[in-house]
Design a binder for this molecule. Structure first.
Ligand code: ZN
Length: 262
């Protein structure tokens, strides 16, 4: 059944089966597919989830909300749950809809989002990732995919120009100012240890204030870390008051444009 899958997508299924066996689950559930995806395609998940911290948080939440059973042997061929079967059917449909011959990791991500009531979709939705947004980015990438892929370098790493351009569509909507990154104060929900960003609720007895509780942020384009402990090249960036860009991304992609419109 996986003939049309790309190598990466096949490996996602392989890792999903492995994750399910580690949790002792009798089925490969949607959250195991998601874990497989996070493990196999870091470029894809970074692109949509934007930071390594978010990826880690998803893994942690799955671990917390799963009842651990005895591990099953990895040689047992665990079946897909009904929800996971639908995810794969949706992935095939998404590939079809986009006119793609092969089923890739981006289609698996779309499939996970379409199975709306499943755990994986909840995890993704709660981190701001919606089906519409992912569809938009995947088709923008496709529109430029027929052309030769232009590669550009950010902080010495190669990035796909079409990916950067897709991000810029959103980022150009904002005004940007140069700032030094400062750790943000956060609230922590005492009962769960989870982070809450709006410190105006600090008098609420369910929360405690943590000074500098959010020590780093990541560039919205290239995921470069902004922090106070990484030296000067990590300290300065540009912000719209909510998101951050590293100096290099701002100056390369947004700086010239802003000057032109002044
Ligand atoms: Zn950057």
């Amino acid at each position: 059944m996986f003939e049309r899958y790309t190598e990466k997508a096949r490996r996602v299924i392989f890792f999903a089966r492995y994750e399910a066996s580690q949790f002792g689950s009798p089925y490969i559930e949607t959250e195991h597919l998601l874990l497989g995806l996070l493990r196999e395609d870091k470029a894809l998940t970074n692109r949509f989830l934007r930071s390594h911290a978010l990826v880690e948080a998803i893994r942690k939440e799955i671990e917390e909300r799963t009842t651990l059973r005895e591990r099953t042997s990895t040689s047992v061929d665990l079946p897909l749950s009904n929800e996971s079967k639908r995810v794969l059917a949706y992935a095939a449909e998404e590939a079809e809809r986009l006119g793609h011959k092969h089923i890739g990791t981006e289609h698996l991500l779309l499939g996970l989002l379409r199975e709306k009531d499943a755990f994986a979709a909840h995890l993704l939705n709660s981190r701001g990732l919606s089906l519409d947004r992912v569809r938009e980015i995947v088709s923008e990438l496709q529109n430029t995919a027929g052309q030769a892929r232009d590669i550009l370098e950010i902080h010495g790493e190669d990035w796909d120009l079409s990916y950067v351009q897709a991000q810029l569509v959103e980022l150009r909507k904002f005004a940007w100012r140069k700032r030094q990154w400062q750790p943000l104060d956060t609230l922590v929900e005492i009962s769960s240890g989870r982070i809450f960003f709006d410190v105006t609720l600090k008098a609420d007895a369910e929360f405690k204030l943590v000074t500098g509780g959010w020590p780093r942020e990541f560039c919205s384009v290239c995921h470069w870390e902004l922090s106070t402990d990484g030296g000067p090249e990590h300290a300065d960036g540009y912000t719209n008051g909510r998101e951050w860009l590293c100096t290099e991304c701002y100056e390369k992609f947004l700086g010239p444009l802003n000057k032109g419109s002044e």
